[in-house]
Design a binder for this molecule. Structure first.
Ligand SMILES: *Cc1c(COP(=O)(O)O)cnc(C)c1O
Length: 487
């Protein structure tokens, strides 16, 4: 006996009933949502007094027991794994005690914005598809352009972070200056040793690896020396090379140094080079009265990178690029395809897809817009000023701990220091000290290599960092320095 194949209608009905499991009803949604929200409340309530770094033996390996399989699992089991395997081990970047690298925190309303963005799945790539979403992103770009003092014709892009924003800037510079492959070897790039490593990475990805890179000398506070830059650019020009790109830092990651941006802008432009400033860390300090003077010259740069997931405390996934002449960003990134033809009907507003390598992307404007609208700008200003003063406070109080060598006066909110007990080799002492700080976990600091030595650094930028956090960091250091003395 042969069974006849199911009819097309039967097959569709069966597939539909399976596929509909992807759409839980209101009760099931409510149950999942309540579980998740309850978990986030436990997390948020545990931040005060919780650790900034947690050492575990398992390092999240429990996830390996949850292979992706044909049938689903209950939310309870998955949240249990989330808490044990992901939320707990390692660095807690939501903690105010995160004082390493460059922290930020992750503002709560951004999580609700991401929720709205994901539930509605608005398409923020082209104006035609979501005019409101694109207007919102353009408004935020304009807000940042106004902050740095860019003219009306400026534009930009909300990126996933500073690295991609720097890459987009360098590609724009390459196209604006017409650096085709035949010209790469004679097109010179200028930066200091303190420029963020993502700039070197971007130069490579942009196909500019063979361009000569000049490391411009710095003063004793790790800032580019403009006269040295001018001399090097003149020398290169005399040798038949083309000064192509100058990259300055609006707050270096290692030391918080701000290059003399106005002076560098003049020299770069006199020599016909593109001037880019990586202000991923320091740019938003422009909101404060304490902003170092050179940051006020950011508008003289051809392009600037800011990182809202640092200086505006947004959750990770929010960088920004600003370009003084939007047309140059557009020319470097606009491509077309037949299937996109409908999207050109409405061109009143620039579309993100024309200003970056991305086409389909997270609607990342909402997580940026919502907290700014809900809170207003004032608490952001206060929080950034607070970080500058906390860092000065930390720097002053470090003097009370025996045998601390201090780095330069902090310009922003990064402080370099190291322990130099007499009769001991300082590098291994500081390597031990930072490991002990991180294992202790009450606060998290990081270390770096400067001028061939091991230094410790504190970076205050998380919005949950306040005076009690800094006092705790000082207590931890004092205790561990005493332990070191007893070794
Ligand atoms: C953090 C940082 C970057 C890299 O940005 P990501 O958002 O981590 O990709 C670039 N430059 C500076 C100065 C930074 O502090």
């Amino acid at each position: 006996m042969t069974t006849s194949p199911p009819s097309l209608e039967d097959r569709l009905a069966q597939l539909e009933s399976e596929a509909r499991r992807l759409e839980p009803g209101p009760d099931a949604r409510g149950r999942m949502r309540d579980r998740v929200v309850a978990q986030t409340e436990i997390f948020l309530e545990s931040l005060e007094g919780g650790k900034a770094y947690v050492v575990t033996d398992h390092k999240g390996s429990g996830l390996l027991d949850l292979a992706i399989q044909e049938e689903g699992r209950p939310i309870e089991a998955l949240l249990q794994s989330w808490t044990r395997d992901v939320e707990t081990p390692g660095l807690n970047p939501a903690s105010g005690g995160h004082l390493g690298y460059i922290p930020g925190g992750g503002l709560y309303p951004s999580s609700l914005a991401d929720y709205l963005a994901a539930v509605t799945n608005r398409y923020a790539g082209v104006f035609f598809a979501s005019p409101g979403a694109v207007r919102m992103e353009n408004l935020l770009i304009r807000w940042m352009a106004d902050l740095i003092g860019y003219p009306e014709e400026a534009g930009g892009d909300l990126s996933s972070g500073g690295s991609i924003a720097n890459l987009t800037a360098i590609v724009t510079a390459r196209e604006a200056k017409g650096i085709t492959s035949g010209r790469v070897r004679q097109s010179v790039i200028y930066a200091t040793d303190q420029v963020h490593h993502c700039v070197g990475k971007a130069i490579g990805i942009a196909g500019l690896k063979e361009a000569p890179v000049r490391r411009i000398p710095m003063d004793d506070r790790f800032r580019m020396v403009p006269t040295a830059l001018a001399r090097q650019m003149d020398a290169d020009r005399d040798h038949g090379l083309d000064p192509f790109l100058v990259v300055a830092s609006g707050g270096t990651t290692d030391t918080g140094a701000v290059d003399p941006i106005g002076d560098i802008a003049e020299i770069a432009h006199e020599h016909g080079a593109w001037f880019h400033v990586d202000a991923a860390y320091g740019g938003f300090f422009l909101l404060t009265p304490e902003a170092p003077e050179p940051l006020r010259a950011l508008h003289q740069a051809d392009s600037v990178v800011l990182d809202p997931h640092k200086g505006l405390f947004l959750p990770y996934g929010s960088g920004a690029l600003l370009v003084r002449d939007r047309e140059l960003l557009y020319r470097a990134h606009r491509y077309d395809a037949n299937y996109m033809q409908d999207t050109h009907r409405s061109r009143e507003e620039p579309s993100p897809a024309d200003h970056s390598p991305e086409l389909t992307r997270h609607f990342r404007g909402l997580r940026f817009w919502l907290p700014l609208q809900l809170f207003g700008v004032a608490p952001f200003r206060a929080c950034l000023s607070e970080k500058i003063w906390l860092t000065r406070y930390f720097y002053e109080r470090l003097r009370d701990i025996p045998h601390m060598e201090l780095g330069p006066d902090p310009e922003l909110s990064v402080c370099l220091f190291r322990h130099v007990p007499p009769g001991k080799d300082a590098d291994p002492v500081n390597a031990r000290l930072i490991e002990a700080v991180q294992t202790d976990g009450r606060v998290f600091m990081s270390s770096t290599h400067v001028n061939g030595s091991h230094w410790l650094r504190l970076a205050a930028l998380a919005f949950r960092t306040h005076k009690s956090t800094i006092d705790q960091a000082l207590d931890v250091l004092r205790e561990l320095v005493e332990e070191e003395a007893e070794r």
